[in-house]
Design a binder for this molecule. Sequence first.
Ligand code: HEC
Length: 312
Amino acid sequence: MLAGLAGGGVLAARGESAIRAMQWMAPGADPARVLGSSPTECLRRPADPLVAHRVEVGRAAFRTPLVLGGQAGRAGISCETCHRAGRSNPDFLFPGISGAPGTADVTSSLFSTHRDNGIDDPKPIPDLSGPKSALKVSQARGDRKLEPFLDGLITQEFDGPEPSPAVLDGLAAYVRALDPAACPAAPRQPLGVSMLMDDVRRALRAGQAEIARGDPATARVMIAAARTRLGLIDERFDTPALAASRRALRAADRELADAQAGLRAGRPDVSASLAAWLRRSRPLEARLVGQSPRSLFDPARLAQAAKRRLPG
Ligand code: HEC
């Protein structure tokens, strides 16, 4: 089972969807736009290689349900579900968590046993790449506000496990590197195989660097992030005609699961197997791109699947 597809949790009652993100898409939202494209990311790449690496660790962690843990994590929700590409998500609607579309109550008891404040107060999901002055939590390093805020968000509001220091640092570095001045000209881009495979490779390269730094726990989170992104490709290849490609994807995922197990066991060969995996990802990507017109990456097929899922 792919990491990104594990568990039903709080969403089980809403039934199965071809694409998991359909389960938190507001009714009336256009599936071709919401699921067929993604906002572009306003990410400033720091010149200092060490800071740039931290940003990459945070970028991957931001996209990993494992980091949130708890009910949200089991449902497949990551930071990026709400803050899409670091921005907001006007199409997010999750029963019991949202009021109007685009809002969430991050003190809701559905996600947390700690912080339930007993009142229903969903707030608009803020655009983290908007002007810093419009945000509530100071990102100035000297203020020491952002890291404790994020730690509380994960462990208290989402009931997640305590993140490793490198993951917490990375998330803060990533949030700080989101910058309105770095926004690409186009506000959205098509969501395709290559975009997701690129995320997979970035996460694995961050994982290799963490192995080199002697932090296998953080490296495992990076591999989990890669597997989550692979899972988003896998769910769109869920059709008998594409069974062979899906088998190849799942074999690639099993190798990453094996790498995670290798890190847990202290095996010394994991970095080399990730390097080999990265090389093989290019032909795998080419194959998947070639077949994506027959998958749910195709806008017409996507619209059809959404109609089946959301009648009327
Ligand atoms: C269920 C949706 C949801 C998820 C998941 C989520 N957030 Fe948020 N986030 C929100 C909402 C809503 C707010 C605004 C809360 C408020 O205004 O009180 C917020 C606020 C924030 C803020 C403060 C913005 C400010 O105004 O200063 C940061 C930073 C942030 N989130 C980062 C993250 C990170 C990092 C993660 C993952 C660890 C995450 N969020 C996961 C919905 C979400």
